[in-house]
Unconditional design. Structure first.
Ligand SMILES: *[C@@H]1O[C@H](CO)[C@@H](O)[C@H](O)[C@H]1NC(C)=O
Ligand SMILES: *[C@@H]1O[C@H](CO)[C@@H](O)[C@H](O)[C@H]1NC(C)=O
Ligand SMILES: *[C@@H]1O[C@H](CO)[C@@H](O)[C@H](O)[C@H]1NC(C)=O
Ligand SMILES: *[C@@H]1O[C@H](CO)[C@@H](O)[C@H](O)[C@H]1NC(C)=O
Ligand SMILES: *[C@@H]1O[C@H](CO)[C@@H](O)[C@H](O)[C@H]1NC(C)=O
Ligand SMILES: *[C@@H]1O[C@H](CO)[C@@H](O)[C@H](O)[C@H]1NC(C)=O
Ligand SMILES: *[C@@H]1O[C@H](CO)[C@@H](O)[C@H](O)[C@H]1NC(C)=O
Length: 926
């Protein structure tokens, strides 16, 4: 997660932003997104991915169960089948296999297939332009895909997608020996990494003596520095890190995966200059560090680790490589697999989710990060964590932060964070940029109240980027900039100021207010000393859901995330070349925390299966009573209770879906104690999330997620209120949503939620704990939520960009040989949609054909990089006829319309009114 100076929570999207973002997106989208014929997309064997993140010409092919051929048999057979239809196709494209997927027992049998154009000249025997070549190639490639989905030896075909590198926030980093933390444990009464008290991990270590011994935890990540003394110092049999492989190499490029040279082991060899490096080592340390230097351990210090490296030193990875890693980890016999990675989708149809789900169903516990899109509002849980049987992990903030201190002239101490691009911060005198807002924000052309040669300048966070603030202070002579937060009650957030020429650091609002008071109208400034050692201090946001943690539900209204781990401000290991230790924040840190806890559980109960374990952790988790389950799942894991409590309730969570699909649910209490147990069953409500505020932002989801103003709660009907369960017996009861209280008119579709609690009344040993089942639901029919905002989809003429298009006036598409088409269909999706199609209509508005089509689209956000989806149109339709399937047909000159159709959430695609439609102004094609 990157924090910027702008708080966008109350910002309606403005025309200027759209224009800017259109320009950025269209420029970036000039490389066309590959499109596929409608009937391939509709074929149940084809699982389309979202546009924007697919890699052209690469597919994951799953073989039919009955097919027993090898991958080369498959390739031979496919080539024959294609040649039979078109003997020349071999001249146009070449097919290679990038990964073979096979495992015993079988989880996923298939290949990753790459279909690439052959050399330019061979295609039509003449030199072609890139776009002509692309048309021919795309058509040929579509034929292959069509052949694949029609073949009886193929079960499913998925496009390969890009999975972004996980982002995390570096709160502090030990660059060299001098910066290593000095921890005042006596004062804090807690030891590093500060998180093992709040999760009962300390208790499990001490009272149960569990350390994860004998349990194998697989990690799919950026590699590991196993030379770190706290990770065993080596690789292979006899070492802590026993399994794994380097699947990516240092220079992995998703578009050219075979180019990077792979290492013999998953060692992270990246140098310090890579800003987002060391991720996998940090994750591994959270699970399994055994550190003598600072006397701390990971959650399960005696586990055996496996690391399958899927990220190079920079950039993204691809879904076919992650699937490769998942299968290797499964085959190596991992008991738990951790994926601190994913893309924000909200749909479980992505192939990494499909494979992770099957591995989880087979009994291996698969744990994945919920994602760091917390600032982007609801429906943003990442895949693969969104898959049904994968445990999706939210993050809560640690009890303590480990940061350096700044000491003011009056002796007050506050913690500070260096900006992500700053290594050291000078001591000296500090002055305020101005005495009051708005000038102290240092935005735009605001003038400093004084000149600052040689001084540190204090500015306030908000209203513009940190880069802008820093540039303003720099112009006035500042040597460094200290930013104080505009939000109360948070510790200092690290800030991002990529282009700053001077050091930048940040402090809390409380520190800023104290400094402002101290400075008064002092022009000579006051002295400040920035200590370099890190020290622990109580966190102002301890045990709260981290602001970056992604918010559910899925678009199919499953309750995600499922559980929370500690992911805000986590001290762990970094590669030795990067300082050996550091504090990072992200759901990437919370996920391995939970994976380590599950390893402790498995040491105690090796025979328990994955869904039972997930449920047990949910039953005994500690919810934060202020937060909706769509942010925290069942709450923060309580490992001792999950391991030692004998009774349980299943399922571990409930979703009441939307109003149209609301159903009665059944819960089952099983008593595994030796005595009869009597329970009292109750429920309590959390606050409801308001996805929209229609009076301010229409149906643009609110970023970040906020709670409804009205107290929107469900009235639950429980068929039992008191129950006695005999030893070894199970008693069922039903739960109904009898009614949901009204929301304000401008806050439709509230996402209500809460917990059903089952409290033991009789307790022979005084140890039985209360069990909790989180529930969520949406009030209203989600099919009624609009998907297209006002003005979208729209057509943009790139040759007349921002030229004033008069409503009703035709657009003009001139097809000029050898040049790119200039018309773009521009989408902005307020909500995800399972299907998005652009149809072409003739001048009488009769259907002619389809221009493009995609499935399982996530929603767009207010972030410029994810504001829009753009498709260019060259005046052709996709030929759906079987003979020439896959070709596009250029339309005759004439007048046409685009008709855009998006499938409403949870709606039946067979019914006409399940589709939201919109028709464009006429387009004159010539
Ligand atoms: C190391 O930490 C443990 C608890 O985590 C504590 O009991 C022990 O005293 C510590 N040892 C040293 C040398 O600090
Ligand atoms: C600032 O002063 C502290 C305390 O004396 C010292 O440790 C630190 O190195 C100084 N910082 C710089 C950049 O010189
Ligand atoms: C800064 O932003 C806040 C909230 O977005 C707003 O209330 C305030 O008026 C803005 N201040 C300036 C100087 O623009
Ligand atoms: C500084 O502030 C004091 C009161 O706080 C005021 O009397 C004085 O005039 C101010 N000086 C300047 C130069 O603004
Ligand atoms: C909600 O209902 C839809 C339609 O029946 C279904 O597809 C979906 O899986 C349901 N979601 C949950 C969480 O039960
Ligand atoms: C909200 O409603 C619930 C159920 O009616 C009630 O228990 C709770 O106290 C209410 N909360 C507030 C803040 O009014
Ligand atoms: C039954 O449940 C109520 C709360 O719903 C509780 O106050 C009462 O003590 C319970 N009765 C018995 C016999 O456990």
């Amino acid at each position: 997660m990157q924090l910027t100076g702008v708080k966008n929570n109350s910002k309606p999207w403005k025309l200027a932003l759209i224009a800017l973002s259109l320009l950025v997106t269209i420029t970036a989208a000039l490389e066309d997104v590959p499109t596929l014929p409608q009937d391939i997309l509709r074929d149940p064997k084809f699982r389309a991915a979202t546009t924007g993140n697919t890699i052209a010409g690469r597919y994951i092919v799953e073989f039919d169960e009955k097919y027993s051929g090898t991958s080369s048999d498959f390739l031979e057979r496919l080539t024959q089948d294609i040649n039979r239809d078109d003997p020349n196709i071999g001249n146009k494209l070449s097919m290679t296999i990038s990964h073979e997927y096979d495992s015993t027992p079988s989880i996923f049998h298939g290949v990753s297939l790459s279909i690439q154009p052959k050399k330019r000249k061979a295609v039509l025997g003449k030199v072609q332009t890139a776009s002509e070549e692309n048309v021919v190639f795309t058509a040929s490639q579509n034929r292959v895909v069509n052949k694949l989905v029609k073949s009886n030896y193929v079960k499913k075909v998925y496009p390969v997608t890009i999975i972004p590198r996980p982002e995390f926030t570096r709160t502090s980093l030990a660059y060299d020996e001098a910066l290593l933390p000095i921890i005042n444990s006596a004062a804090l009464e807690v030891s590093l990494p500060f998180s093992h008290e709040m999760t009962q991990v300390n208790r499990v270590h001490k009272e149960l003596g569990l350390t994860g011994k004998g349990v194998v935890v697989g990690i799919i990540d950026s590699g590991i520095d196993y030379t770190h003394p706290s990770l065993g110092g080596g690789f292979g049999p006899g070492f802590k890190v026993q399994f794994g492989a380097d699947l990516s190499g240092d220079f992995f490029d998703v578009n050219n995966p075979s180019k990077s040279k792979k290492g013999k082991t998953p060692l992270d060899t990246c140098s310090e200059k890579f800003h987002q490096g060391g991720h996998g080592t940090h994750v591994a340390g959270i699970i399994a560090a055994q550190d003598t230097r600072y006397n701390f351990t990971g959650v399960a210090p005696d586990v055996t680790l496996g690391m399958w490296r899927v990220f190079g030193c920079q950039g993204s990875t691809s879904s076919d490589l992650v699937i490769n890693a998942l299968i290797l980890a499964y085959e190596a016999g991992c008991d738990v697999i951790n994926l601190s990675l994913g893309g924000a989708t909200g749909w479980g149809e992505d192939p990494t989710a499909v494979v992770a789900n099957r591995i989880a169903k087979s009994g291996v516990v698969v744990v994945a990060a919920a994602g760091n899109a917390g600032s982007e509002g609801p429906f943003m849980v990442a895949s693969p964590s969104v898959a049904d049987n994968v445990i999706s992990v939210a993050s809560v903030d640690n009890d303590y932060v480990l940061l350096p201190n700044v000491i003011l002239e009056n002796g007050d101490k506050f913690d500070y964070s260096l900006s992500t691009s700053t290594k050291t911060f000078p001591n000296g005198t500090i002055v305020a940029y101005a005495d009051d807002e708005p000038e102290v924000l240092a935005c735009g052309d605001s003038k400093p109240s004084r000149s600052f040669t040689g001084q540190i300048v204090l500015v306030k966070r908000g209203n513009c980027t940190f880069d802008e603030k820093t540039a303003n202070a720099y112009k006035a002579g500042a040597t460094a900039v200290l930013v104080y937060d505009n939000e109360l009650n948070t510790s200092s957030h690290p800030v991002t100021a990529q282009n700053a020429r001077i050091p930048v650091a940040s402090v809390s609002n409380a520190a800023g207010v104290t400094l402002m008071g101290l400075l008064g109208n002092e022009t000579s400034g006051v002295g400040v000393v920035f200590e370099v050692e890190l020290s622990g201090s109580p966190s102002l946001s301890a045990r709260k859901i981290s602001s970056f943690s992604s918010v559910g539900t899925s678009f199919e209204l499953d309750l995600k995330p499922n559980l929370a781990g500690v992911g805000g401000s986590i001290f762990s290991l970094l590669p030795v070349t990067r300082g050996s230790y550091g504090v990072l924040s992200g759901t990437s840190m919370a996920s391995p925390y939970v994976a380590g806890a599950i390893a402790l559980y498995l040491q105690a109960h090796p025979a328990h299966n994955s869904s039972f374990i997930g449920q047990k952790f949910q039953n005994f988790a500690l919810p934060s009573f202020v937060d909706n389950p769509a942010k925290q799942g069942a709450g923060l894991i309580q490992v001792y209770d999950a391991i030692t409590q004998l009774s349980y309730v299943s399922p571990g969570q409930l979703s009441f879906n939307d109003t149209a699909h609301r159903e009665e649910k059944t819960l089952a209490i099983t008593n595994q104690e030796k005595e009869p147990m009597t329970y009292t069953i109750r429920h309590f409500s959390n606050r409801a999330i308001a996805p929209f505020n229609t009076s301010q932002h229409g149906y643009t989801p609110i970023q970040p997620a906020i709670y409804t103003k009205a107290n929107v709660t469900a009235d639950l009907g429980l068929s039992l209120k008191n129950v006695t369960v005999q030893p070894g017996e199970t008693v069922e009861f039903t739960v109904n949503v009898d009614s949901v209280s009204e929301s304000l008119d401008n806050e439709p579709f509230p996402m209500y939620g809460g917990f059903i609690t089952i409290d033991p009344v009789t307790d022979y040993y005084g140890e039985a704990k209360s069990m909790k089942i989180p529930y969520v639901g949406i009030s209203g029919n989600v099919a009624d939520i609009p998907i297209f905002p006002k003005g979208f989809p729209m057509i943009v003429d790139s040759s007349d960009f921002l030229g004033s298009h008069e409503p009703g006036k035709p657009y003009v598409l001139k097809r000029i040989p050898h040049s790119r088409p200039s018309l773009y269909a521009v989408f902005r999706l307020l909500m995800g949609t399972a299907h998005l199609t652009t149809e072409i209509l003739d001048e009488n508005q009769e259907f002619v054909g389809n221009a493009f089509s995609t499935s399982y689209m996530p929603r767009n956000t207010l972030n410029p990089g994810n504001f829009l989806v753009v498709n260019s149109w060259n005046g052709s339709i996709i030929d759906e006829q079987s003979e020439t399937l896959g070709e596009t047909i250029p339309l005759k000159n004439g007048t046409y319309y685009m008709r855009w159709k998006a499938l409403r959430l949870l709606a039946d695609p067979e019914l006409e009114d399940s589709w939201l439609t919109s028709i464009s102004d006429p387009i004159v094609v010539s």
